[in-house]
Design a protein around this ligand. Sequence first.
Ligand code: B12
Length: 574
Amino acid sequence: MSINKYCKTGEKILLALLPFWTPLIPPMGIACLKSYLKMHDVEVTVRDANVEVEFKEIYHRYFDALKKYVPREKQGNFYNIGNDVLQNHMMAHINYKEERQYLELVKKIVYQTFAFYIDNRQIKELNLILDEFYTHLEKYLIGLLEEEKTAVLGLTVYSGTLPASIFAFKLTREKNPHIMTVMGGGIFAEPLAFGSPNLDLFLKETKQYIDKIIIGEGELLFLKLLRGELPESQRVYSLKDIKGEILDITSADIPDFSGFQLENYPYLASYTSRSCPFQCSFCSEAFQWGPYRKKSAKQISKELIKLSQKYNNRLFLMSDSLLNPVITNLAMELEKLDTPIYWDGYLRADKQVGNIENAMLWRRGGFYRARFGLESGSPRILELMGKKVTVAQTVDSVSCLAFAGIKTTTYWIIGYPGETEADFQMTLDLIEKLRDDIYEADCNPFAFFLKGQVNSKEWVKRNKCVPLYPEEAKDMLLIQTWMMDCYPPAEEIHRRLNRFVQHCQKLNIPNPYTLRDIYKADERWKQLHKNAVPPLVKFMGFKEHNIEFIDENKNVKEIFLARNLPQPDGDWGF
Ligand code: B12
């Protein structure tokens, strides 16, 4: 039975994630909240609408249509940057009052991302797809709220899911005004960070239909809210309201994934730490989570085994901001397992990564894929970013992991403030040098936020910052995008982004988005690296009892053949 203030007998708390957020892992925020609330006798039901076929189909239809219009040479990494268009368009679509202004705004949104002008007929074709989306969403939500006898609706929100979430909150207020609506999630890390004009405007605009907002870590706050232990007259809560008390992650139970359709996600998820010990200028992790904390390797290992057995998957995406502080100890624990667990996560290219023995240990411990924020090949830009990583460390890190067969997914930032053509060329050159050791290369245009990033304050002090869209767009988008008036300008960033993509294509470095592309990328990896980890399809197969690779990590051997690899004496084998 639920022990909380808001539910009468039979009524439920429903926590959901709405479209669009790729169903790669089951929603971790919800799974952590569910598990914590359960420990305290509060039951919740959960839903991830992103696994519904109809939503997936509409998503693809929107992108297929958009792709037809955008000139090929301007498409960049289409499915990544295209999400910006989709989410802004979706938002304007539910909020506009005057059609002409709306069409003008959509034109600007598309131009901003793809540097081309879409025409009214094309916009109207996209609008029909969005109409269909919202019609379907409405049906889905009404069914859901009824089926689950909802008393509290909590949505976990990212930028990509904000339009659908706003629609859902409004609809709930209209159809079931007694339901308490609560919002939390990753969106408060950046565009809606504390103290930003965006948050002020958002709070004002959503007053009628979002009752409570929880910013940042949610476990303690949500429980207290449900128990009626937070001031009722207040609408927005953060850890400041509980004297900065943070969750003791070592005493929290494993995430609870029951209630999600797990067969739809390639990965399970878990975490070893919260927050980040580093302070890269463009990042918001430390603001979002407060002080850094981690679990012991033994605890994590036990938790991964438990999760793997309970939900029958042995491939994990670790949702830590960074794995560096725990990776070696964790690999040592997991190496002891008879049936391996494979894990994927974010890593910094620091000194310990550029060491073959470490890389081999991690590989034997099941480390499957490193998500490397490499950002730039220019020492000057890395310095400006406060990365505290050298280009030589980047090279060593990527090469060592590739040698061990671990997939190296590399992320690059294009157009960091002050990035010159020469800096950008260094990034292209570095990628070329590392071409066979890079599993995947993906890039993002530099994104600036008035609040939330480590450097926000300094950037605002030094540069003129202006809203990207005109004043009348404010009501349609709810969240403003701000631009810094500095070099390189948006058009140049767009040109570089397209050059980046073409460069990687020429070098045959993939950036897979579909399962078919991943299959091809995994094949390439196997051809390039003797120790390559099993391809993703094998894990999907595992769920159907294909256990061919069950202990393949025990057979990983050190053979010094790789091209870019630092030899144990520190010499380079070119
Ligand atoms: C793992 C991860 C990924 C993975 C998996 C994503 C996926 N599809 O599932 C990958 C690498 C693919 C990825 C990609 C991207 N990501 Co990402 N990612 C993360 C990361 C590191 C962990 C997410 C997570 O599981 N966190 C752990 C859970 C427990 O935290 P949480 O969800 O925030 O939930 C807590 C609170 O927010 C709160 N809460 C959450 N929901 C609710 C609901 C209620 C009702 C309440 C009360 C409280 C509450 O309580 C929870 C427990 O404390 C986060 C950063 C981070 N450390 O959180 C970024 C993050 C979510 N990603 C982000 C971004 C921007 C992206 C990309 C758009 C980047 C890009 N341009 O390519 C893509 C989008 C991909 C997509 N469409 O799926 C941003 C989102 C910010 C935003 N504007 O919404 C984040 C926050 C990073 C950041 N600081 O900027 N990402």
